[in-house]
Each structure stands twice: as structure tokens, then as C-alpha cells.
Design a protein around this ligand. Structure first.
Ligand SMILES: [Zn+2]
Length: 258
């Protein structure tokens, strides 16, 4: 009997090319499935590009992956949409899963299962870009709107006044904000930013490296309770919502870490 089962197994499976074909298809399927999950995080920016193409291109001029050096600081800006309704500065975040944070927190958190990863508050990051563009191009800050855009796989549980949305809402959000014409020379702004944009690959690499060093410096300072903004001493304070780390030079310096 055992012999018979063994023979049957061989005939039906092991010696059957069809069986092996299914096994191979199965393995390829599993590999593709996992690769896709891994890749989803990286395609966030590309899919945002697609979303911005939905905007009528006679009204909205789009610049992607802009690198500017303003006052010695490198700004890497994912997308800038220029229109008579305003200049929209878009910071894309390729994070999925539960995202938590508040408007003024230094760090936000991504929760994946029981693990928690910190990310720098993207509102602050984008505000830095906006301030610099406003200064460099001599445009009123009011004409610049910050939009932070997460992937559709994100679950945003954040407490903010600024615009933080999912990719699928991006084009609609910009259209929704296009109600008041502002004093913006669209072609002029587009040309100015294009001229400032660093396109040389080597130069870009250098800037990325410098930015990383600067980031590490900031982290070290904070860990040593030194304010990265003014060099003052950081202190633990009691706030409305519990204790937090802030600069001892407040209100002159409003740095807080959360
Ligand atoms: Zn300070």
C-alpha cells in the first residue's frame, strides 16, 4: 500500500511537468507580491507626478524635483505648482501605515504593527522651503501654500491646521484652493525657479551629502540638549499637553522637540 502511494505521488506530482510548472508560477507570484509591497513606498513621488498631470496645464505650471540653494541651505522640493491662484509647494512623504503627529511637534511617528518610527515633522520641513522661496524670489509668503502629501496607503491621524493629505486628493485640493487670483507673474516665477534649480548631477550629490551632515549635526545637538536653531540650552518644560523639550531662549527662539 505504501509502495502504491509513493508511486502515485511520483506519477501525479514529482514526475509531472505540470506540477512543477504550477510550483514555479507559485514562487514567481509570491516574489512579485513581496516586491510590490516593498516598491510601493518608493513610487509615491512618481504617482504624485501623475496626479499633478490632471491639472489643466494652461493654468498650472509644474516643476518636479527642484533643488535650490538659498542662503547656504539646500532645499530639495518634490513639486512646485505655479498658478495665478498661488504657488503650491508640495512635500511628498512615501510612508504608509498609521501616521500620528501634531502641527508643532518636532517629530511625527509612523506606526507599523507594534513598531514606531520617527520622521521629521513634514510641515516644518516644507515651511522651511516656503520661507526660502519667498525670500529668494521676493514673493509674499501669503502667495505660497504648503501641501504635504502622503501615499494612499497612509492612515493619517494627525492634528494639524496645515494641509496634509493623501495623494488621491492632491489635484482636487489644488483646484479647491484656486478661488482667488493673486498677484503672481506665473511665467516669471517659473523661469526664476528653473534658473535657480540645480540640475548638475555631481553638484546635486554634493548637496545631498551636505544636507545629511547637517541633519546629523542637528540630531547630535538635540541629543546633547543644545538648541539647533540658536545654540541655546534646551530645557524640559511643562505645557498644556504635558512635558516637552524647548529652548531656554523662548520666546526669542521657539524651537521645540517632541
Ligand atoms: Zn533656541
Amino acid at each position: 500500500m505504501e509502495e502504491f502511494v509513493n508511486e502515485l505521488t511520483k506519477a501525479l506530482f514529482l514526475n509531472n511537468p505540470l506540477f512543477w510548472l504550477f510550483v514555479i508560477i507559485g514562487i514567481i507570484g509570491i516574489v512579485i507580491f513581496f516586491l510590490r509591497i516593498k516598491v510601493i513606498g518608493d513610487v509615491g513621488e512618481w504617482t504624485v507626478d501623475q496626479k499633478l498631470k490632471e491639472l489643466p496645464n494652461d493654468i498650472y505650471k509644474v516643476l518636479d524635483d527642484v533643488m535650490l540653494e538659498i542662503n547656504g541651505i539646500t532645499h530639495q522640493i518634490d513639486h512646485i505648482v505655479i498658478s495665478k491662484y498661488g504657488i503650491f509647494v508640495i512635500e511628498t512623504k512615501c510612508y504608509k501605515g498609521l501616521i500620528t503627529g501634531k502641527e508643532n511637534d518636532y517629530y511625527w511617528y509612523q506606526h507599523l504593527g507594534s513598531k514606531k518610527y520617527k520622521l521629521k515633522n513634514p510641515i516644518h520641513q516644507n515651511y522651511g522651503h516656503i520661507k526660502s522661496i519667498s525670500e529668494a524670489l521676493n514673493i509674499n509668503e501669503k502667495n505660497l501654500t504648503s501641501i504635504v502629501c502622503f501615499t494612499n496607503q497612509s492612515d493619517l491621524r494627525i492634528d494639524v491646521n496645515s494641509i496634509v493629505i493623501q495623494r488621491k486628493d492632491l489635484a482636487n485640493k489644488i483646484l479647491e484652493l484656486s478661488n482667488i487670483e493673486k498677484n503672481i507673474n506665473v511665467d516669471n516665477v517659473y523661469n526664476q525657479i528653473s534658473t535657480l534649480n540645480i540640475v548638475d548631477k555631481e553638484k546635486r550629490k554634493e548637496h545631498v551629502l551636505n544636507a545629511r551632515n547637517k541633519r546629523n549635526e542637528t540630531e547630535t545637538k538635540i541629543n546633547n540638549m543644545i538648541c539647533p536653531k540658536c545654540g541655546g540650552q534646551l530645557v524640559i518644560r511643562n505645557g498644556k499637553y504635558g512635558t516637552f523639550t524647548g529652548c531656554s531662549n523662548y520666546p526669542k527662539c521657539n524651537f521645540t522637540k517632541n
